[in-house]
Design a protein around this ligand. Structure first.
Ligand code: SF4
Length: 352
């Protein structure tokens, strides 16, 4: 039993049953549950306001399962990139991006990804497996444990994997992130980013909280989008946009700018025609240099012209700075880089 796989109500129920089976007073339940997310601890033995025998029993019966930090890199712009090793040896990443009083944590929802977007390092890894709730929400927990001043104010599901292809775990994680007995992060500060998995978008829409939705668009027309994102074959752009309209809240379009692929004036005009009726906000992201073999980032000047054209068409467009450039902070890049280094070392060491 891993308590960190349960939503706060489920965890409280499980702890309550354990507390009563041990003949302990009921107030212990709340005291224990608070240490899962609100005031997290690394192990029950660290909870000084519980008796030593109780701490030992908890560590034995309901141990807290941790993510092991494999590496942490700090960029000159303050961005921190974490590579976590999971119990079965899989590795995932999280990126913490400070900006004024805001600390945005980008979390992973899968180890690897099956969708193979051509500009994405995670896509090149292929799919490894879905993450559990404890592994997704655990990324936030570990960061708070390492340094409480790093406690994220905003969460984006933009790390490794497609969150809406791991809906059951993402669904519970959303509850933990938002719940007052979880991390208590406002729903409007939590963004689920998808390539457009329509059944998952419907499920997110069915939740009563005001979670935000970002759509990885990256091209405004199906013919060119399919060359960047094979998922277009399964969930066509037109259907994704129709579902975004049903979402009923303002959505964001994410748009990685790639020279000669999606950055022409015509692309800007088509993008504006999609964004304007939805009042969608467009985030223009420079392609991470070196992140995608065979693709060239759009120049800074061209990105500015593209953004201006969108604004002239009445679309709110923001050019995002590429954060953490010196530490390869785009999703999957650190993992891919480490795997390549390992391969090089192994082939150098092999006699053949
Ligand atoms: S961009 Fe997202 S959906 Fe596409 S391959 Fe990368 S992780 Fe998967």
């Amino acid at each position: 039993m891993n308590l960190l796989d349960l939503d706060p109500a489920g965890a409280e129920k499980t702890i309550g049953a354990w507390v009563s089976a041990h003949g302990l007073p009921r107030y212990r339940t709340e005291q224990i549950a608070r240490r899962l997310w609100q005031q997290p601890v690394g192990a029950w033995r660290d909870v000084s306001d519980l008796p030593a025998t109780l701490r030992e029993a908890l560590d034995r019966d309901l141990p807290i399962v941790r993510l092991e930090v494999q590496s942490m890199e700090l960029s000159s712009d303050g961005t921190k990139k974490f590579l976590w090793r999971l119990a079965d040896g899989e590795m995932i990443e999280s990126v913490l991006i400070p900006s004024g009083t805001r600390r945005t944590l980008c979390i992973s929802s899968q180890a690897g990804c099956a969708l193979g977007c051509v500009f994405c390092a995670t896509g090149r890894m292929g799919f490894r497996r879905n993450l559990t709730v404890a592994e997704i929400a655990g990324q936030v927990r570990e960061i708070v444990l390492r340094d409480p001043t790093d406690r994220p104010t905003n969460i984006v599901f933009m790390g490794m994997g497609e969150p809406l292809l791991n809906w059951p775990a993402v669904d519970t994680t959303l509850t933990i992130l938002n719940h007052e007995q979880g991390f208590g992060i406002g729903a409007r500060h939590i963004t689920v980013s998808t390539v457009g998995i329509i059944p998952g978008m419907e499920r997110l829409r069915a939740r009563p909280e005001q979670f935000r939705l970002a759509i990885s668009l990256h091209s405004p027309n199906p013919a060119s989008r399919i060359g960047l994102m094979p998922v277009e074959k399964k969930y066509a752009l037109g259907d994704v946009i129709a579902e975004a309209r049903r979402f009923g809240r303002r959505v964001t379009f994410e748009y990685v700018m790639i020279a000669g692929r999606n950055d022409s004036d015509g692309d800007a005009d088509q993008l504006a025609r999609l964004a304007r009726p939805l009042a969608a906000h467009v985030n223009l992201l420079p392609l991470h240099p070196g992140g995608a073999p065979g693709l060239t980032p759009t120049s800074g000047n061209r990105i500015r012209i593209f953004a201006e054209r969108l604004r002239e068409a009445g679309v709110e467009a923001v050019v995002r700075r590429s954060r953490g450039l010196d530490i390869n902070a785009a999703c999957g890049q650190l993992y891919v880089e480490m795997a390549e280094k390992r391969r090089r070392t192994e082939s150098a060491a092999s006699p053949g």
